[in-house]
Design a protein. Structure first.
Lengths: 471, 481
């Protein structure tokens, strides 16, 4: 691991850790808190961006390659925007600094997770990313958040249990935790397959893959939408990359035998996510099920793991996903805060009430739907190209049809916002500095369009990674 | 830089239309008109500079060469004809929308529609073609959904979901094609010999995408709803540009690219075309809703376009491109006037109209001219288009095509019957004192006069259009030998 990258995670985690202390001592206001955390984010972002230079430490546990630099930077930007929106929508809450503290520590965990190349560090990073979010989900937004918190905690504990069991099986057979050692020593054996299944199940909970997806929508719906943005966007994206490292670096021997199962899981995940999303009335649940469906699209790329394009597909989809999903939930959060809009009926006519915010929301929705020129389109092109390349044209067709049907509910929200007459008369929280909050969202929209056309950074990073794992 | 500026300028000007509305309500429409004139000048410049054959004005913007994901723009005769339609309709639609409500958002959407529209016709990179192609849906969705008639939301949703679903097949076709050739570039694809079975798969997948857009029976059901509910100027865009995208895509990316596979599927295309011509003709005959009738006659004409393309000869393709031009001009006029009739009489139904000629002779004279052109009166674009398509089809398929002139007679039938009921005859009682039943103001007459002038011009001197793209078509038709 590059020393700068390590410093970046340290800076972020320490800023987060000291934020409540500073608040205790000096009673900072929301804006001051946002400024202090922003400094942490900027320094950390700078350190991540220069982490292709400098000394290397802890090479056994973490690696710093173009993928971790790219995703690390993007996760930091997304998390930064989440921080700004959370400060803005919960200004009056006295525990907001603690919430941000947990957010920053969790983001530090995500940064470590995307660079872990050892099962020990992987488990630690995963826990570092998850533990603060248990706290955040419980952050009493209303009664439902208790249910969500408990559900999230037990599911998370189960996931870690599965994963640790799988890891211990692998250790028992090979005596090693390191990916680079495992890839040499592993052999095809039922026990190894079992271990792979357990590890995948652990990740399956995190990315809400089909049989493990039940907790997702309840939690995303039950908690504060700012936290949901972190869980669905950032944590999930980091988990995609973590899973990618496991699959390509540690257990490629056995993963190759799972392609059909992965393909079936991918097809089921997309279909279930999209069908259930169509049936929802609450916008947060639509976004939550659409995030299940997007886990399915990423799994399509995993199922195509025999071709190098699948790496590009996974990385590109994680890149697009971290922005569009996070930002979509943040838009929802702002609508919820300002207008109290939860259901589809509440969204009627909001395009006329909030033209700019609705336009940004529309960009994120269209990106999720896969309409060019947003990054969501080009990432789907890569994912499905990988599937066709790997000889799974049927899976690509299922995915594309899914993507076409998913347009129905994304465009339904657009229809409610722009084509219907308004139902909500007055905003419940009318903040004078409302336009400021559009800035972080606009940044994410612009990045989404830039990454939708300028494919070079992501594709170059994935090409380096593909070469590293032996394609 | 000319082609890129034709794509980028409308998109970059668009936000100013939105902001400008707050300053002055007139700013958006003048911006849109200015962009239309800009496009017209650029097209005129390109036509003047065009060497006469092959692709010209190459512009290459490198993005990611390993995947061939580069913005490669160029125009040939066929593109130039369609660019001419884009520029012409941009001006006329802006003039027709002169008094629209909420002009800021309206012209914002028109402008962000025009840029990608130009892109579709000049992109030589298949993936970029698809990006432009797909993006045009978004502004159209809002145009139909916000400014449309009573049932607009249903029509907008159906339009978006239906055509997006079709695009998915197109995208899958593009992916399969890319994986078998590793390029998106038109000129590289032209020289690659594809395995026949792969070519057939790609052909079918892409054909579904294009056929829905054209549209042909049985993929046409989105069109009557979208056209009827859309405001008339937007119907003009739908009929004049969006449908042309389908026909152009079929020509450029299927027929030119896979001549042998197209030859294999030619009877299928011809069958679908004849089916479309007859089905749409009979539906139009049965239709009482005047705009819906025009919509079906539009499908009927697109059937002729497909028939011309299916002949796979220089004559057939030339005729099809000519018919595209004629269709854009004639059907646009009819849509506008059908909209005005509803605006003035507050009814859509032919059975509730009658004797309009006595009250608004100016508008109705233009309507009659338009109908005669649609029927195929010599001296108008409709005549040259239909005749040349039929000749090409006879030439290629022989006597089977003797049924096609019957469809032409069918077209004459439903149009004349409609004229007799709605326009001529005694004036209905309730229209005698109707205040709204007056002639149009000058600004709204200009586009109508432009359409009529244009289709008479290309009808009397078809060479204006033919000469532009004939060498291109001739060059490509060598591939079918």
């Amino acid at each position: 691991m590059n020393i700068n990258y390590l410093a970046a995670t340290m800076v972020l985690a320490l800023t987060g850790a000291f934020l409540p202390v500073i608040n205790r001592l000096f009673r900072i206001s929301g804006i001051q808190g946002a400024l202090i955390s922003s400094i942490g984010y900027v320094v950390s972002l700078f350190l991540v961006l220069i982490s292709d230079k400098g000394k290397h430490v802890l090479e056994v546990f973490y690696t710093t390659d173009p993928v971790s630099i790219l995703l690390g930077a993007l996760i930091l930007i997304a998390s930064w925007m989440v921080m700004l929106v959370i400060y803005w929508i919960t200004e009056k809450d006295k525990f907001v600094n603690e919430l941000i503290s947990a957010l920053m520590i969790s983001t530090a965990g995500a940064l470590l997770l995307i660079s872990a190349n050892n099962f020990v560090s992987l488990a630690i990073a995963m826990e570092l990313m998850t533990m603060p979010t248990y706290l955040m989900v419980l952050f009493a937004f209303d009664d439902k958040s208790f249910e969500a918190g408990v559900k999230y905690f037990f599911n998370g504990a189960l996931a870690v249990g599965f994963m640790l069991f799988g890891i211990s099986l692998l250790y028992g057979m090979t005596g090693s935790f390191e990916f680079s050692a495992l890839v040499k020593n592993l052999f095809i054996d039922p026990l190894v397959a079992l271990a792979a299944v357990f590890i995948f199940a652990g990740f399956g909970f995190k990315i809400t893959a089909f049989p493990f997806h039940f907790w997702g929508p309840d939690v995303y719906d039950g908690t504060c939408p700012g936290v949901a943005a972190l869980l669905t966007g950032i944590s999930k994206s980091a988990a995609f990359i973590g899973l990618m490292r496991v699959v390509y670096e540690a257990i490629p021997v056995i993963a190759g035998h799972f392609t059909l199962i992965l393909a079936i899981i991918a097809a089921l995940t997309m279909t279930v996510g999209n069908l259930l999303a169509l049936a929802q009335r609450r916008v947060s649940r639509i976004l939550a099920y659409s995030s299940v469906a997007h886990a399915g699209y990423t799994l399509v790329a995993f199922a195509a793991l025999s071709v190098p394009l699948s790496v590009t597909g996974i990385i590109y989809h994680s890149v697009a996903y971290v922005f569009m999903k996070t930002a979509a939930f943040l838009c929802f959060a702002v609508f919820l805060f300002v207008w109290g809009a939860r259901t589809m009926d509440d969204y009627k006519g909001l395009g006329r009430r909030e033209p700019l915010l609705a336009a940004l929301f529309l960009i994120f929705l269209l990106s999720l739907a896969g309409v060019p020129p947003m990054a969501g389109f080009i990432s789907k092109v890569f994912v499905f190209t990988a599937a066709v390349d790997a000889g799974m044209t049927w899976l690509a067709l299922v995915g594309l049809l899914n993507s076409a049907f998913s347009v129905a509910y994304y465009i339904w929200i657009a229809k409610q916002m722009y084509l219907e007459e308004p139902t909500l008369e007055k905003p419940i929280n009318d903040s004078p500095n409302k336009n400021w909050i559009l800035l972080p969202l606009a940044v994410m929209a612009i990045l989404l369009i830039v990454f939708g056309i300028w494919v070079n950074p992501v594709v170059d990073a994935s090409a380096v990674y593909a070469a590293k794992v032996g394609f | 830089m000319v082609l890129l500026s034709m794509i980028l300028l409308p998109v970059l000007v668009a936000p100013f239309a939105w902001i400008g509305e707050k300053v002055n309500r007139d700013i958006p429409k003048y911006l849109s008109l200015a962009v239309g004139v800009f496009l017209a000048f650029c097209t005129a410049y390109l036509i003047a500079k065009y060497p006469g054959n092959g692709f010209a004005f190459h512009e290459f913007y490198q993005i990611y060469p390993p995947f061939d994901f580069n913005l490669h723009l160029a125009a040939d005769g066929i593109s130039l004809v369609l660019l001419g339609i884009v520029a012409f309709l941009a001006i006329t639609v802006t003039l027709s929308s002169w008094h629209v409500e909420r002009p800021g958002a309206y012209f914002f959407l028109i402008l962000i529609f025009l840029g990608p529209m130009v892109g579709v016709f000049v992109s030589l990179n298949l993936l970029w073609f698809f990006i432009f192609w797909e993006f045009t849906l978004v502004p159209m969705f809002f145009h139909i959904g916000i400014w449309g008639a009573e049932n607009r939301i249903y029509a907008a949703m159906k339009f978006f979901i239906y055509t997006h679903l079709a695009s998915v097949f197109l995208l899958l076709g593009i992916i399969v094609l890319y994986l078998s050739t590793h390029t998106f570039e038109f000129e590289k694809l032209l020289n690659i010999h594809l395995d026949p079975s792969v070519a057939k798969l790609v052909w079918i997948l892409m054909f579904i995408g294009f056929a829905v857009k054209m549209p042909v029976v049985p993929f046409h059901t989105w069109l009557p709803d979208a056209h009827v509910q859309a405001p008339s100027p937007i119907s003009v865009f739908l009929a004049g540009l969006l449908l042309k995208m389908g026909a152009y895509g079929l020509l450029r990316w299927e027929i030119f690219l896979f001549p042998q596979t197209s030859k294999f599927f030619a009877p299928l295309m011809a069958f679908i075309a004849v089916l479309t011509i007859f089905y749409a003709g009979f539906r139009a005959l049965a239709e009482d809703h005047i705009k819906r009738m025009v919509a079906y006659s539009s499908i009927n004409h697109m059937g002729f376009v497909l028939l011309g393309l299916s002949a796979l000869t220089a004559a057939g393709i030339s005729a099809a491109v000519y018919e595209m031009v004629g269709h854009a001009l004639v059907i646009s006029l009819l849509f506008m006037i059908a909209g005005y009739i509803h605006h003035k009489t507050h009814t859509w139904y032919i059975s509730e109209l009658g004797g309009l000629m006595k009250k608004i002779p100016g508008l109705m004279t233009m309507f009659v001219i338009g109908v005669l052109a649609a029927v195929g009166l010599p001296g108008t674009a409709g005549f040259v288009g239909e005749l040349s398509v039929m000749l090409a089809a006879f030439d290629y398929y022989g006597w089977v095509m003797v049924i096609v002139p019957l469809a032409s007679a069918l077209g004459a039938g439903f149009f004349m019957w409609m004229l007799q009921r709605a326009v001529f005859g005694p004036l209905r009682e309730e229209f005698k004192n109707l205040k709204s039943l007056t002639e149009l103001p000058l600004i709204e007459n200009i586009p109508l006069a432009l359409y009529i002038g244009a289709f008479i011009l290309v009808g009397v001197i078809p060479a204006v259009v033919f000469n532009l793209y004939n060498p291109v078509v001739n060059a490509f038709s060598q591939l079918f030998q």
